[in-house]
Design a protein around this ligand. Structure first.
Ligand SMILES: Nc1ncnc2c1ncn2[C@@H]1O[C@H](COP(=O)(O)OP(=O)(O)O)[C@@H](O)[C@H]1O
Ligand SMILES: [Mg+2]
Length: 256
């Protein structure tokens, strides 16, 4: 397993956002995390990425199942976990290329001193960062938009840019929070292909998504949350037919 979460709980005052949730992701696996609004999905990501401290439970990551439960956000990212947000977060006034370079720089070794001296090593590294960032832009099919200001890109492309920036940190696990929200059918189809390609490159994916067609077509395994509790886990076909899952969704997203 690349990620193993055991018995995670988190409450906010009287709200039990997560109660005893366990979930694992294997290497190169795509796992879906679904559930009605308010089920605790984003809170789950926030606990893994060190935005929130869970009240109890353990988060183990990597081949050696390292305990990262209370690691701060920057340390979690350094371990190899990247994330995209429920509403795309890009640096609006920077170019697409600069957005990705920001992510890549977090991976380079040039010290502040060498940067100040503008050493040849620094220049060399900047070239490498640029090349790598251009490559990532091509990977998400934004190669021709490298010099466009991020804010000027259509919504669907901003989401792909955010993915490129997340990949620039060289993650082993990518957490995606509703990446298809607001996308049209064509954009969703491209997203599906992109996520598959990411997985083929050896990166595991844990994806929160409301679009059932996308989730069912993409994920090997699905975990369902409702009111902070795991109510079901299994293969897409089995989860879809589960009575608890159907009840949880009745009158909610499934009819959107
Ligand atoms: N920072 C917070 N403070 C208080 N309540 C929160 C906070 N974050 C999330 N919650 C609550 O936790 C529950 C789960 O929210 P969330 O994880 O965003 O659900 P989902 O992503 O599944 O829609 C909701 O009731 C939400 O209001
Ligand atoms: Mg959410």
């Amino acid at each position: 397993m690349i990620l193993e979460v055991n018995g995670l709980s988190k409450h906010f005052g009287g709200i039990h956002a997560l109660t005893n949730v366990s979930l694992s992701v294997a290497k190169s696996e795509i796992v879906g995390l679904i559930g009605p609004n308010g089920a605790g999905k984003t809170t789950f990501f926030n606990c893994i990425t060190g935005v929130y401290h869970p009240d109890s439970g353990k988060i183990l990551f990597g081949e050696y199942a390292r305990d990262i439960t209370h690691h701060p956000a920057h340390k979690v990212s350094g371990q190899g976990i990247a994330r995209t947000f429920q509403s795309a977060r890009v640096f609006a006034s920077m170019s697409a290329l600069e957005n990705v370079m920001v992510g890549t720089f977090s991976r380079t070794n040039a010290s502040v001193w060498s940067a100040l001296r503008c050493s040849s090593r620094m220049i060399e590294e900047e070239h490498a960062v640029r090349r790598r960032s251009e490559e990532l832009l091509r990977f998400v099919k934004l190669g021709r938009r490298a010099f466009d200001v991020a804010a000027s890109l259509p919504f669907g492309l901003q989401r792909r840019l955010e993915i490129a920036r997340a990949l620039a940190t060289e993650p082993r696990l990518l957490l995606m929070d509703e990446p298809a929200a607001g996308m049209n059918t064509a954009e969703k189809a491209e997203l599906l292909e992109l996520i598959r390609k990411i997985c083929e490159n050896g990166i595991s994916v844990l994806i929160i998504e409301h679009d059932m067609k996308l989730v069912m077509g993409l994920c090997q395994r699905i975990v369902v949350l409702d009111s902070g509790e795991k109510i079901c886990e299994g293969k897409p076909g089995d989860v879809q037919c589960d009575t608890k899952v159907i009840e949880a969704y009745l009158g909610k997203e499934m009819h959107r």
